[in-house]
Write a protein of this length. Structure first.
Length: 183
């Protein structure tokens, strides 16, 4: 990836269509395989990193309605655009839950042509700053069990596994949550 300049700004209504048009597909060689065991005395859930027999390409479940909800002033919608060319290159959406001083990063999408440029990490860092300005003390990031690149990304940014939801995504993917206390 050659070096290029980009800026991150608040997302606007006009950014929704370009964000939805980004190439959000990813390739993975690993997944988090979930297994459960239940007895009358205990319930156990285990996530195990599994190597796939071959690489799998996955389309990220973009959700225009969730993106539009983040246009509200009390929510966070960030877009990354080229510095010299205002083309949308990536975005982040985050839901703010003031009553629990929590925010949840729902989407981090970087177009396939500009991945590995640290754009995702910069989006998260600016989202953290936004969260602190809005008195958020706990930040979560949600991803799918089969989005191993995103799982590693979250862990590399200091997020720790904190839960799952098997009914979170409309396409029936299992969501895993990673959390981080903001100081």
């Amino acid at each position: 990836m050659s070096s290029f300049s980009f800026v991150i700004r608040d997302g606007l209504e006009r950014d929704v269509a370009p964000c939805m048009a980004l190439d959000s597909a990813y390739e993975t060689d690993y997944v988090w395989q979930m297994s459960t065991q239940h007895t009358t005395e205990h319930h156990q859930v285990l996530f195990k990193t599994e190597h796939l027999p071959r690489s799998m390409e996955v389309n990220y479940p973009l959700d225009e309605n969730k993106m539009r909800l983040c246009l509200a002033p009390e929510q966070c919608f960030l877009v990354a655009i080229g510095k010299d060319d205002p083309t949308v290159l990536g975005y982040l959406t985050m839901w703010h839950i003031p009553v629990s001083q929590t925010a949840i990063i729902q989407d981090i999408v970087v177009d396939s042509n500009v991945r590995r440029s640290h754009m995702g990490a910069r989006l998260v860092n600016i989202a953290k700053r936004w969260a602190k300005e809005h008195q958020v003390t706990y930040l979560q990031l949600v991803t799918q069990t089969k989005n191993y690149p995103s799982i590693v990304f979250a862990q590399n940014l200091g997020f720790s596994f904190c839960g799952y939801n098997d009914q979170h995504f409309t396409n029936q993917d299992i969501a895993v949550f990673f959390g981080q206390i903001l100081r």
